[in-house]
Unconditional design. Structure first.
Length: 193
């Protein structure tokens, strides 16, 4: 299997690039943000709890997202690989993911980390908020709160994978196609090893 983590702050383009990467490599796209928004749309108990946190820019509990990812992995035993988008977002989630994968003899192949400066991120998210219907993209205070969560809890996830040399940093500014080409270059370099 080829298991890829697309890493980066909110608004760095993970969703956009994920769509292109799964189309190119036939991976299964697992976005915890999308899975949570489905729960909200279906008005499940989990979704209603998660919504309160998401609307404030806070992370939902590790156990919730780890449970969702565990089910998705079990539901797709024949997958060529997975693209994890917006997950893991804490070191505890990264450890849980490593364990889930090692139970089936798999591991993370590569972590692609998109880098975009914060002012550009805020601009992109406010723009997205005008059309996406996502309440967490409409309010600059909520956007800033998501960055604080990212700095405190999510940025250390890169360190978790850095030790094994799996993290590749990619500039996430420029055209969508140029960024995609940079991501593909890193994947091809890894696959030819
Ligand atoms: P973005 O990366 O643009 O903030 P996402 O769709 O990935 O958007 O996430 C939206 C919100 O969903 C997050 O702010 C958080 O509240 C929640 N969320 C998504 N993934 C996770 C996760 N792995 N752990 C905890 N909370 C998560």
């Amino acid at each position: 299997m080829f298991n890829l983590i697309l890493f980066g702050p909110p608004g760095s383009g993970k969703g956009t690039q994920s769509d292109k990467l799964v189309a190119q490599y036939g991976l299964i796209h697992l976005s915890t943000g999308n899975l949570l928004r489905e729960e909200i749309a279906n008005q499940t108990a989990l979704g209603l709890e998660a919504k309160k946190l998401m609307d404030n820019g806070q992370l939902v509990p590790d156990a919730v997202v780890v449970g969702m990812i565990g089910s998705a992995l079990k539901a797709n035993p024949q997958a060529k690989g997975f693209l994890f988008d917006g997950f893991p977002r804490t070191v505890a989630q990264a450890e849980a993911l490593d364990n889930l994968l090692s139970e089936v003899g798999e591991e993370i192949s590569i972590v692609l980390a998109l880098e975009v400066n914060e002012e550009e991120l805020v601009k992109r998210m406010l723009l997205r908020g005008q059309s996406s219907g996502r309440p967490d993209d409409k309010d600059e205070n909520v956007i800033r709160a998501r960055f604080v969560e990212y700095q405190n809890k999510t940025a250390p996830v890169a360190g978790h994978y850095e030790q094994s040399g799996k993290v590749k940093h990619v500039k996430g500014e420029g055209s969508i196609d140029d960024i995609f080409r940079s991501l593909v270059r890193e994947i091809e370099a890894k696959q030819s090893v």
